[in-house]
Design a protein around this ligand. Structure first.
Ligand code: SIN
Ligand code: MN
Length: 197
């Protein structure tokens, strides 16, 4: 795994933030329910060919937004080209950014330990962009019970899970409120770009 700290300039962060706002206008954020019927502690939406959804039927990718029943908003060129650039840093030159999951965490937001394994192709890297308040990110190994380390993810950081780390368990333990002024109303945005097929 790679943690590129502060690699995105403030201007680039603001540009990505603006893009996510426009995406949310067409593909609104929603709070997914897990197959057990619990609500996630985070709002989500997606852009690109596919979007990640979760409900009582399980976790999966769909080509339409679960509420609007419309296609997901297309992935902005900037997000797709950044993802390809970061993928090439880990020697993935044929990377196809097919979806970008956008998570919004309020100050009490969190995300339990999980593996990213809804993709049909589990090899291509997961490229994660952090914006807004700091987060304590947990990352372990391939088994749920493996020791986890805590990593502080800050606005402008890019984190890449690839190769051996592609399926490492990870999650968000907590958000540190008021640690960034990027988002007017506070909280944290995370964008994860993935190749699905
Ligand atoms: C995720 O695992 O889907 C998001 C991780 C993060 O918010 O940094
Ligand atoms: Mn994940």
């Amino acid at each position: 795994m790679i943690h590129a700290k502060g690699i995105l300039s403030r201007d680039l962060q603001l540009e990505i933030l603006e893009l996510t706002r426009n995406i949310a206008l067409r593909s609104p954020t929603f709070i997914p329910t897990t197959p057990n019927g619990n609500k996630l502690n985070c709002e989500m939406t997606s852009c690109g060919k596919y979007g990640w959804v979760s409900d009582r039927f399980g976790y999966r990718y769909t080509e339409i937004h679960p509420q609007t029943k419309e296609k997901w908003t297309e992935m902005p060129e900037l997000i797709s080209s950044l993802a390809k650039t970061f993928a090439s840093m880990v020697d993935e030159y044929d990377y196809v950014p097919e979806t970008c999951l956008i998570n919004y965490y309020k100050k009490t937001g969190k995300l339990g330990l999980h593996q990213d394994n809804s993709e049909f192709n589990l090899k291509p890297a997961i490229i994660s962009i952090s914006l807004g308040d700091d987060a304590t990110f947990l990352v372990g190994g391939n088994k749920r019970n493996d020791v986890v380390q805590e990593i502080l993810l800050r606005s402008g950081d890019v984190f890449i899970l690839y190769g051996e780390s592609r399926l490492y368990f990870h999650g968000i333990k907590k958000i540190a409120p008021n640690t960034s002024d990027l988002l007017k109303n506070g909280g944290r945005l995370n964008l994860t770009i993935r190749q699905v097929k």
